[in-house]
Design a protein around this ligand. Structure first.
Ligand code: C5P
Length: 228
């Protein structure tokens, strides 16, 4: 049986990718399925929390979860900040597009005879996690609210996945960071996930690749531990 250790907590979970409009029929997206965020939302409810799930994912809403639908990063930002105003914990499992088209075409982009393909200029999206940290600093999000980020990393010649994760935790200013190794055929859209749960206190928990439900449990354990 599950521990009832999140009773009385309002947990906000963001899940899935964002869709950034190009024209009436097209968008820029990513491979995030929402499975990890939805697993977190379902398990948090089962452990007694009240859960708000802010998502664009094409998955069924878990029982007893309040779902808020979004598409773009800017909508995700608005709804996440709104929900965070009463949150004890915000878990940012969503894969937010870093860029969006600077201009949304009112009509469908078409191929013309002999014409060059249209160029799509991009501009930066807001960093929602950074905005949450700043809003907490100003007291617009409760100062006691725990902020949990995710980092999808690939290793490279200069640093490992773990080193990238540590640097990101420091840079983002959140309390916990779940670091996953990602690639074309791992994690995104899959049923399994693994990685490290890093704590700004210096703690580090390695979670072997397992089902997203199991990783969700370990993340919520870390949340409970950190909230004591
Ligand atoms: O910088 P990076 O995208 O790797 O950071 C990942 C974490 O930051 C995730 O928790 C993600 O939800 C969050 N993020 C965000 N807004 C962005 C980009 C990422 O909240 N524009």
């Amino acid at each position: 049986s599950l521990p009832w250790d999140l009773a009385g907590k309002h947990i906000v979970v963001t899940s899935g990718g964002t869709r950034e409009e190009i024209d009436p029929v097209r968008f820029l997206g990513n491979r995030s399925s929402g499975k990890q965020g939805h697993a977190l939302a379902a398990l948090a409810v089962a452990r007694g929390a009240e859960v708000t799930l802010v998502t664009s994912a094409d998955l069924p809403t878990p029982p007893a979860v309040t779902e808020v639908r979004i598409e773009s990063a800017r909508e995700l930002r608005e709804e996440t900040l709104r929900a965070a105003a009463t949150a004890d914990v915000v878990i940012k499992a969503a894969a937010v597009a870093d860029f969006r088209p600077s201009h949304v075409s009112e009509s469908k982009l078409k191929k013309g005879t002999g014409a060059e393909p249209a160029e799509i200029r991009l501009e930066r999206n807001p960093d929602i996690l950074a905005d949450l940290v700043a809003a907490r600093g100003r007291g617009e999000v409760p100062t006691s609210c725990l902020l949990v980020g995710f980092a999808a990393e690939t290793g490279d010649a200069s640093a490992s996945v773990l080193e990238h994760g540590r640097a990101k935790l420091a840079r983002k200013g959140c309390d916990l960071l779940v670091v996953n190794e990602v690639g074309r055929d791992t994690t995104f859209g899959r049923d399994h996930n693994g990685g490290w749960i890093l704590d700004s206190d210096g703690g580090e928990t390695l979670v072997d690749r397992a089902s997203k439900d199991i990783l969700a449990g370990r993340i919520l354990d870390a949340v409970v531990e950190r909230s004591r």
